[in-house]
Design a protein around this ligand. Structure first.
Ligand SMILES: O=c1nc2n(C[C@H](O)[C@H](O)[C@H](O)CO)c3cc(O)ccc3cc-2c(=O)[nH]1
Ligand SMILES: C[C@H]1O[C@@H](n2cnc3c(N)ncnc32)[C@H](O)[C@@H]1O
Ligand code: SF4
Length: 331
């Protein structure tokens, strides 16, 4: 009998409240200038969300550009994000928000309408504030580390990660992983860590060369040594160029392929593979691709009663609901 190991993904759809952003990360293919964009209306979002019910979508990833914390539009921006999450929740989906840097009060309010939230730590080295993050105050390492701590304090199941190949050294990557491990050690709230290779696209301000993708395997090995076993390692399959490399990533300890949606809003030049194609290539190498929810089972008790009820309904319906054995690398 052959033994098949499990690799997970989240059937997702990305809702973008706004592409406008006051930061200018040089690698970003997502942002638009504030004056050139409008915000997503609740009516338009509702029409789209209703078409997703029958298509197997579970997670609504609310991914946003950012309005400056001191802007007079900040409150309206936040309210739109909250309302979009609440709408998705009321239609039976499980929202996961990554809207960049938030205040403690904003995070606390979003907890009521999200099953988990996320923010990439990117890299903790301050040297990037002179290069890729020169015009990106939201990427100040202390500010992002503080977000991780607040999420922990608020008992928000959290996703974070590293953006690789933006000018950091190997030592910087280890420092970033150690910072995540320390935060988790204090609060126990990090459900997964994304290892995201910087991938150039057609819409960024200053193109640079991509992360040397073969190095992702060593990166996974290092991350697996630094992070506790309960933290799942996520890699984006659309940014891994060959099936062989994807399988090597799993062999090194990656166990999740993230949200798979019709369109990758962050990396629009790299479409997500079709689930059926992924299933096939993984099964040929002895892996079983299984859907999961955007909240990992060990955090269900942190959810508000309403969200816990919707989550429980999914756990009873899908293979992702099965609590997996607590062996090595289990998500
Ligand atoms: O399709 C994508 N999903 C992205 N996701 C979605 C992610 O894969 C899932 O939402 C989580 O695994 C929760 O299920 C992110 C979520 C975060 O919290 C932080 C960063 C990202 C980045 C991406 C991304 O670049 N592309
Ligand atoms: C939402 C997350 O997407 C990541 N991100 C932003 N731009 C790119 C890119 N060109 N390639 C890969 N990841 C990117 C950042 O890590 C951000 O925090
Ligand atoms: S990566 Fe996020 S913070 Fe940076 S410019 Fe793009 S949308 Fe803004």
């Amino acid at each position: 009998m052959t033994f098949s190991q499990i690799v997970t993904y989240s059937p997702a759809y990305t809702v973008v409240p706004t592409y406008e952003c006051f930061n200018r990360c040089t690698y970003c293919n997502f942002r638009a200038d504030p004056e050139h964009n409008t915000w997503l209306s609740l009516t338009a979002a509702e029409a789209t969300l209703k078409t997703l019910r029958s298509r197997g979508v579970i997670e609504i990833l609310v991914l946003s550009g950012e309005v400056h914390p001191h802007s007079s539009y900040r409150a309206a921006w936040f309210q739109r994000i909250f309302d979009l999450c609440d709408l998705a929740r009321s239609l039976g989906f499980l929202p996961h928000t990554n809207a960049g840097v938030l205040s403690f009060a904003e995070m606390e309010r979003l907890k009521a309408v999200n099953v988990s939230m996320g923010l990439m730590l990117e890299q903790v080295t301050p040297t990037l504030l002179e290069t890729v993050h020169r015009y990106a105050p939201s990427k100040i390492p202390e500010v992002r580390s503080q977000q991780l701590a607040w999420a922990g304090e608020l008992h928000i199941p959290f996703t974070t990660g590293l953006l690789l190949g933006i000018g950091e050294t190997e030592r910087d990557r280890i420092d970033t992983l150690e910072a995540i491990a320390r935060s988790h050690d204090r609060w126990g709230h990090i459900q997964e860590v994304i290892l995201q290779p910087y991938s150039p696209g057609h819409n960024e301000t200053r193109g640079s060369s991509a992360f040397q993708i073969d190095a992702i395997v060593d990166m996974i090995t290092i991350a697996r040594k630094i992070l506790p076993e309960s933290i799942c390692l996520q890699i984006p399959p659309n940014l891994i160029p060959t099936p062989e490399l994807l399988i090597a990533c799993l062999a090194a300890g990656a166990r999740d392929l993230g949200g798979i949606s019709p369109h990758d809003e962050v990396n629009p030049d790299y479409p997500h593979p079709k689930i059926a194609e992924l299933e096939l290539l993984l099964s040929e190498a002895g892996w079983t691709l299984t859907p999961r929810l955007p909240v990992y089972p060990q955090y269900d008790q942190w959810l508000s009663p309403g969200l816990r009820a919707v989550t429980a309904k999914f756990r009873n319906q899908t293979p992702a609901g099965v609590e997996m054995p607590k062996n090595s690398f289990t998500c």
